[in-house]
Design a protein. Structure first.
Ligand code: GLU
Length: 448
């Protein structure tokens, strides 16, 4: 079988079977584009239909989520869970609550998750879920009722050995608490390992909140080290100001770098003194306010509603907001300003055109499925602690996270070298390394 023709046929089938799901097509193309050298070396994978099966989720759930708002009006949202692959362990991946959520978005995220989770080396399959619910401006009571209604359908599909959701955009410790409470109430089981990202006080893991942001910085640090470089005295731009961005800022500062800009959906903020993390946390986490409130509180800062955060000159960029936020023009601006490394803290924040610009310019580029794997890896550490009814210290957990990120980095480079001709090709390395682990398990488990 001609490998390239086979890959093309699989991609065509993805497009035919999932019409209009642009983000899923994009994520599938990104992975499939890397896999020719792997299939060349393992002809049995094509014969066993590994790609055909990997691109079709094992199970897709879509359900109604009715709830009552504070005015007494009935609201209806759409809930999703795409259980993509259980080759390596229970389905694992977050829940996203955002008005943009639809089946195509959930599938792209679930597909990415398969390879990301495989790269961590841990026993976790891939899945993703969420709802087109907008938590912005909603009261605590509304959030609770929404989460309870969401779980009233989803609980029957979950279990610590079946499917283990966590947070993503719009879902943090508060939402996980309400979801867990409803799961426990319906099932009459205190099943700690059914959800991760729980608060530390009742079964969560230390360092889980920080893990995605910290991990992305560790990954960037490893990439920079291959060129004798690091974060010390470097100017850094972090897009977003949610959980991933906040802890990326914290770790960059701990390593001696200076984050000069961050953003939210309303605009971006420049503070050449370095972002004041306490103030940022107060604005985004406590007050749940717009980022402009930061500039109102700090005279050295400037808020801009137009343009993009990538116009701010920097040495290192960490896109930590959302998919396709960094396009070709942003990439060109970053390269022009001398960016050395880009590591994706969010899932697929760079468009394929932007990635091509970085590649051409020789900029170190860490794709999300490698660079942001620290979040889900720490979720797997949370599952380990839950299974053992144990709690590790912050230091112990963070040091395990650092080791995982180092291993992911090493694996990407080694695989890029073995299957291509450039160890800096982290896209090839991450896709092939993740794929090989899943494909081997699928082959051993038979046609299922
Ligand atoms: N939503 C995160 C991700 O994109 C974390 C998933 C998890 O911890 O299960 O990887």
């Amino acid at each position: 079988m001609n490998v390239r023709t086979h890959i093309e046929a699989v991609y065509e089938e993805v497009r035919r079977r999932n019409p209009g799901e642009a983000e899923f097509h994009q994520a599938a193309a990104e992975v499939l584009d890397s896999l020719a050298p792997a299939l060349d070396r393992h002809p049995d994978y094509a014969e066993n239909g590994i790609l055909d099966r990997l691109c079709e989720p094992e199970r897709q759930l879509i359900f109604r989520v009715p709830w009552v708002d504070d005015q007494g009006a009935v609201r209806v949202n759409r809930g999703f869970r795409v259980e993509f692959s259980s080759a390596l362990g229970p389905y694992k991946g977050g829940l996203r609550f955002h008005p943009s959520v639809n089946l195509g978005i959930v599938k792209f995220l679930g597909f990415e998750q398969i390879f990301k989770n495989a790269l961590t080396g841990m026993a976790i399959g891939g899945g993703k879920g969420g709802a087109d619910f907008d938590p912005k401006g909603r009261s605590d009571g509304e959030i609770m009722r929404f989460c309870q209604s969401f779980m009233t359908e989803l609980y029957r599909h979950l279990g610590e050995h079946t499917d283990v959701p966590a947070g993503d955009i719009g879902v943090g410790g508060r939402e996980i608490g309400y979801l867990f409470g409803q799961y426990k109430r319906i099932t009459n089981r205190y099943e700690s390992g059914v959800l991760t990202g729980k608060p530390v006080a009742w079964g969560g893991s230390h360092a889980r909140t920080e893990a995605t942001g910290y991990g992305a910085v560790y990954f960037a640090q490893e990439m920079l080290a291959t060129r004798g470089d690091g974060f010390d005295s470097r100017r850094v731009v972090v897009s977003g100001s949610g959980n991933v961005a906040v802890y990326a800022v914290e770790k960059v500062h701990a390593l001696g770098g200076r984050v000069v800009a961050c953003s939210d959906s309303s605009g971006y903020l420049v503070d050449q003194d370095g972002i004041d993390l306490e103030l940022l946390k107060d604005v985004k986490e406590v007050r749940r306010a717009r980022i402009s409130a930061y500039a109102e509180a700090k005279p050295t800062a400037r808020f801009t509603a137009r343009g993009t955060v990538y116009d701010v000159p920097c040495d290192i960029a960490l896109p930590c907001a959302t998919q396709n936020e960094l396009g070709r023009e942003d990439a060109v601006a970053l390269v022009k300003n001398g960016v050395r490394a880009v590591a994706e803290g969010a899932n697929m924040p760079c468009t394929p055109e932007a990635v091509a610009v970085f590649r051409e310019a020789g900029v170190l580029f860490g794709p999300g499925k490698a660079a942001n794997a620290g979040g889900v890896a720490t979720s797997a550490l949370e599952m380990q602690q839950n299974a053992a009814r144990d709690t590790w210290s912050f230091e112990q957990t963070e040091s395990r996270l650092a080791t995982v990120m180092r291993d992911v980095h090493t694996q990407c480079r080694a695989t890029a070298e073995a299957y291509g001709d450039n160890p800096d090709d982290y896209v090839l390395g991450a896709n092939v390394a993740g794929f090989l682990r899943v494909a081997e398990a699928m082959t051993a488990q038979g046609v299922i």
